[in-house]
Design a protein around this ligand. Structure first.
Ligand SMILES: Cc1cc2nc3c(=O)[nH]c(=O)nc-3n(C[C@H](O)[C@H](O)[C@H](O)COP(=O)(O)OP(=O)(O)OC[C@H]3O[C@@H](n4cnc5c(N)ncnc54)[C@H](O)[C@@H]3O)c2cc1C
Length: 417
């Protein structure tokens, strides 16, 4: 389907609404009234281990129902097990979902369904699709993303965790970092170097690795915002069969690029409320009595306009990628606008609150803005930093000249220099 058929989309939306009404209550309208309700303004979920287990149980129950109803992989092509609908249908689903009290998504859920489930569907063998793709898309199995390393974040192709062939198996050795929710995952989607003598992008292979395999060690990292949802994951000659390889040997970069494209799109269009919003800021300004201050009014107007611009961009990107599948580099735009706005919202709250941002005065709702401010930098980094998104937009959307590169030699020679 290359053109959007508005009549078809409207009818489909109606079916979605009917289905949602059969599994969930209508959402209560979120009116932020000063002094009422839970003033948490976290950008990333901050839960204790037990709270997180209970939360994931609820989300997985809903996701299983959603998958069974045919809404688990809306934009994935039919030949890969999806509904084969243009991305604008995924956006429409998310919009309809917001009107119902369904459990919100979280990092491990988005990674499992939006990234790994889709990647295994596209690049996996028929056996892998049979065994894993649907299990990931329905969240029967959870899978964390094992891409970043201490020496390979933005420069992901510089990764040095290695996978060495041993008969029909591979032995994985190395360290991954910032692995969100790895402690709850049954599997990890890992990139490892299989050919150090190729250029750095050319010697990487993707695998699925069971997180309880011998030689895997998960160590939590406590964040400045309180929880420990990130981890370091260590591999010491972890043995996995070749049947766990996703895509061809040394072709993992293509798998990674496609996966990261999904990540940028989902980062920019996720339906979970992330931190404080423009309208929360207005309520804060009214509470503090600064809503008539000309500078504050200017900042509030600017953020409100940017919030609407982001919503329009998400829809525009979805329409531009109407044929489904790989969302491509334009997905960077939505991610960039979302993270930029979160930082601006935090800065405006900080300007209004002054020291009350960090000193808990006991005043309802003021200290909660600290959680937003502590979470915003993470959102600028996750899924590719703002600077990297700008490079992608410059080179691959605007067609500007590429940055000067000094890393075109084989990886083994780069590592020595
Ligand atoms: C909330 C969160 C969740 C995450 N979850 C996961 C996960 O589940 N799995 C996983 O594998 N990883 C995960 N990550 C890691 C994330 O992918 C990396 O943090 C990100 O890729 C940046 O890498 P880095 O932290 O090593 O920063 P670096 O790459 O070291 O960057 C440091 C600074 O240099 C800038 N910079 C680097 N290169 C360039 C360039 N070419 N041009 C301009 N500026 C540049 C960056 O923008 C940044 O400001 C997560 C991160 C966060 C914050």
């Amino acid at each position: 389907m290359s053109e959007i058929d508005q009549q078809h989309l409207d009818a489909w939306r109606g079916e979605v609404r009917t289905w949602l009404a059969s599994v969930a209550e209508p959402a209560q309208e979120e009116v932020f009234v000063w002094g009422e309700g839970d003033p948490r303004l976290q950008i990333f979920l901050a839960l204790s281990h037990d709270e997180e287990v209970a939360f994931l149980t609820r989300v997985r129950e809903y996701r299983r129902q959603r998958f069974a109803a045919g809404y688990g992989a809306i934009s994935l092509p039919v030949e890969f097990g999806g509904a084969g609908l243009p991305s604008v249908y995924s956006v429409a689903f998310a919009q309809e979902e917001r009107n119902f009290a369904v459990p919100p998504s979280s990092e491990i859920i988005s990674v499992t369904t939006g990234l790994v489930g889709s990647a295994v569907s596209i690049f996996g063998t028929p056996e892998q699709r049979e065994q894993f793709a649907n299990a990931f898309l329905s969240t029967d199995l959870l899978c964390c993303q094992l891409f970043s390393e201490p020496g390979a974040g933005s420069d992901l192709a510089g990764l040095s965790t290695k996978a060495v062939r041993d008969g029909d198996d591979w032995l994985i050795t190395g360290q991954k970092i910032w692995s969100s929710n790895a402690q709850f995952a049954e599997f990890g989607f890992i990139l490892a170097r299989t050919n150090p003598d190729a250029v750095k992008q050319g010697g990487i292979t993707a695998f699925l690795v069971p997180m309880d395999a011998p030689g895997v060690e998960i160590r939590p990292i406590r964040q400045m915002s309180g929880p420990a949802s990130f981890n370091e994951v260590w591999f010491d000659e972890t043995r996995i069969p070749d049947s766990m390889r996703i895509g061809d040997i040394d072709a993992g970069w293509k798998v990674a690029q496609t996966t990261l494209g999904f990540e940028r799109t989902s980062s920019g269009s996720g339906h979970r409320r992330k931190g404080g919003t423009a309208s929360d800021l207005v309520v804060l300004a009214q509470h503090l009595g600064v809503n008539t201050d000309p500078v504050t009014r200017q900042e509030l107007a600017d953020i409100t306009i940017r919030t609407r611009l982001h919503a329009a961009m998400v829809t525009k990107v979805a329409r531009a990628t109407a044929s489904g599948g790989d969302p491509g580099p334009a997905g960077s735009l939505g991610k960039l606008l979302a993270s930029d706005n979160l930082v601006r919202i935090g800065n405006t709250a900080a300007n209004m609150l002054g020291s009350a941002l960090v000193a808990d005065t006991g005043e309802w709702g003021e200290f909660a803005w600290g959680e937003h401010v502590l979470g915003a930098p993470g959102y600028r980094l996750a899924g590719g930093t703002d600077e990297v998104q700008r490079n992608i937009v410059a080179e691959r959307v605007l067609g500007l000249p590429a940055e000067h590169r000094t890393d075109k030699a084989p990886f083994s020679q780069l590592a020595k220099s």
